[in-house]
Design a protein around this ligand. Structure first.
Ligand code: 6R9
Length: 566
């Protein structure tokens, strides 16, 4: 395993140019992530190496080499730039399941110099419209299965010039603005990738906040330096590995480490389209001989629940390195994995905004079960006092903050400079999490510093849920909070105050649930609606979600001096 050395050594020797040298761009001022992930790997003589083992629903499989990855991504780049005349810097969204085309399109959009924004295929109309309008999408790349959702919104999205429909086109006929693209019918042997400089915008990832619309975190091509080094050092990927990242590219883990990381290092990866099922997951690990596995605590907890017996049915002897991200990884999960896989999960901490892993139990240091680990080379992290933004003494809880400046850091929230600036205090980037540092320099996650709900590793905005509820005719006021859940860490619970003409009933609760189901992604759906007479609010009218949370969990309510009617 790659030993990245002691803290002192790291600080002394660290330089992001290590990545530039490895990627062959030390003496270049321009590069392109799409090119680095495909053409460069082929130029190095690895064109026939498998880039992706794809397995779809119902056991359908396909294998693509780096050469095919290069040609198919060229196909999308050529279509956008040369056929559709989409200019560098324009926003192109991908909206589909984890199909091979998603991966080709993603790299193709970058090769064309456009900004790529991935959307979860579970998104319903409201979630789509919010993101597509914020980014003023020029084009959407989708499949026949999902194109209807885009068609419905088209009258409200005049900026969309083209809808590219790809994948299996059986029974599909194009409508307004739609153009088809079948990857195996197009062979673009060479495409001159857009010469991006390090600050050229690359990926636009939307992330949930407590208030307002989701924020579009804008990344740049420079990010590959961080993604490359962390893939090599923290995920420990090497050329002969078979790697499996279980995340969907709608989430930052699915792009930073489900596309860029493995492919800029020339590593074979498995893409499994279907969602979580314990047996199917173990089958994938065995069938493809997965060596490095990056997954999330909710899935790990579900596997634990399934028991140890099932693990023994499979030959998982190839597994050599396991990592986890997205939520706190309980110590029990680490201990369990040591027992059943003979390997411990390495927890990693990072965010959409950071673009790559920042804190981790990385190879070369002792794993502390339950801890997020230590800051990785080149990263300075601290815990700050919320009043002064200066470092708190060892062991005390405060705001988790990072010294800005690493390559994969987001460069803005699209059209939201005030919220962006608000994230920086006293020379630190304030992450929105609370943490503490122990005597050995390990970071321990304490909680979020805002009301964002983390359910199964996905951040859900209470604001989006509340807005959907408020659109129902019976709802006067609403609040959404996360309540503890043994598997998903948190699940959503909604509180609703009804308008005078309506009375609480199970039937009404069901009707409201069905109403919001059409607006929210399944992840954001409340498990329960509780009817209340009114909601606790501050004097300025802000809902105090923490009061509701405290009532639910029996935790201390805290300072109520700003509560209305106290
Ligand atoms: C990559 C990703 C970021 C938020 C983050 C924190 C939570 C992520 C964690 C973790 C505890 C870990 N989070 N990793 N909490 N331990 N190892 O998840 O990005 O979707 O933006 O979420 O997720 O609250 O601030 P994103």
């Amino acid at each position: 395993m790659y030993n990245i050395g002691s803290y002192e050594e790291r600080l002394k020797n660290f330089d992001w140019n290590i990545a530039k040298k490895d990627l062959g761009i030390l003496d270049r001022s321009t590069w392109n992530i799409g090119e680095l992930c495909s053409d460069r790997i082929c130029r190095m003589g690895h064109g026939s190496r498998v880039a992706m083992y794809w397995e779809g629903h119902g056991g359908k499989t396909a294998t693509y080499t780096f050469d095919e990855l290069r040609i198919h991504s060229n196909g999308f780049a050529h279509l956008l730039r040369n056929t559709l005349d989409i200019q560098p810097g324009e926003r192109v969204y991908v909206f589909m399941d984890k199909m091979p085309e998603l991966y080709f399109a993603f790299l193709g959009i970058l090769k064309a110099g456009c900004i790529v924004s991935p959307l979860f295929s579970a998104f319903q109309e409201d979630s789509l419209l919010t993101r597509l309008s914020d980014g003023e999408a020029s084009a959407v790349i989708t499949t026949p299965k999902f194109v209807k959702r885009i068609r419905k919104l088209l009258p409200r999205m005049p900026y969309i010039k083209h809808i590219v429909v790809t994948n299996d086109l059986t029974g599909y006929s194009p409508q307004e603005k739609e153009i088809v693209h079948q990857v195996d019918r197009v062979h673009v042997a060479h495409f001159e990738s857009f010469q991006a400089d390090p600050e050229t915008p690359s990926i636009l990832h939307y992330t949930s906040g407590t208030t307002g619309k989701p924020k579009g975190a804008q990344h740049v091509h420079d990010s590959v330096l961080s993604q490359y080094l962390t893939t090599k050092w923290i995920l420990d990927l090497r050329p002969d590995d078979v790697y499996w990242c279980t995340a969907d590219p709608g989430w930052v883990t699915g792009t930073s480490y489900g596309i860029i990381g493995p492919w800029c290092t020339g590593v074979t990866q498995v893409v499994f389209e279907a969602g979580f099922r314990p047996r199917a997951w173990y089958e994938i690990l065995e069938k493809y001989g997965v060596t490095v596995w990056y997954t999330a605590p909710t899935a790990i907890r579900m596997l634990m629940r399934e028991g140890d017996e099932i693990v023994r049915e499979f030959d998982l002897s190839k597994l050599r390195h396991l990592c986890s991200v997205g939520e706190p990884l309980n110590a029990e999960a680490v201990i369990w994995s040591e027992k059943v896989f003979k390997k411990a999960y390495h927890d990693t901490w990072w965010q959409t905004e950071t673009g790559s892993i920042m804190i981790a139990n990385y190879p070369g240091i002792k794993i502390k079960p339950g801890s997020m680990g230590k800051p990785i080379p080149g990263i300075t992290a601290a815990v700050l006092d919320p009043a002064t933004y200066t470092e708190v003494p060892e062991g005390e809880t405060g705001l988790l903050a990072l010294k800005p400046g690493w390559p994969s850091m987001f460069r803005s929230y699209r059209r939201n400079p005030l919220v962006y600036e608000d994230k920086f205090r006293n020379g630190w980037y304030i992450t929105g999490d609370r943490s503490r540092i122990d005597r050995e320099g390990y970071f321990w996650f304490v909680g979020r510093d805002d009301d964002v709900i983390n359910t199964a590793g996905h951040l859900v905005s209470p604001f989006e849920i509340e807005s959907a509820l408020l659109e129902h005719e019976a709802v006067a006021e609403s609040a959404a909070i996360g309540i503890p859940d043994p598997i998903n860490m948190e699940v959503v619970k909604a509180f609703v105050a009804l308008k005078p003409a309506f009375d609480p009933s199970d039937d009404l609760s069901l009707k409201i649930m069905n109403f919001i189901r059409k607006k929210l992604s399944p992840l954001a759906m409340p498990q329960e609606i509780e009817f209340v007479d009114s909601l606790p609010k501050t004097r300025s009218g802000k809902i105090m979600r923490r009061v509701l949370r405290a009532q639910e969990t029996g935790e201390p309510i805290g300072d109520l001096s700003t509560l209305e009617n106290d």
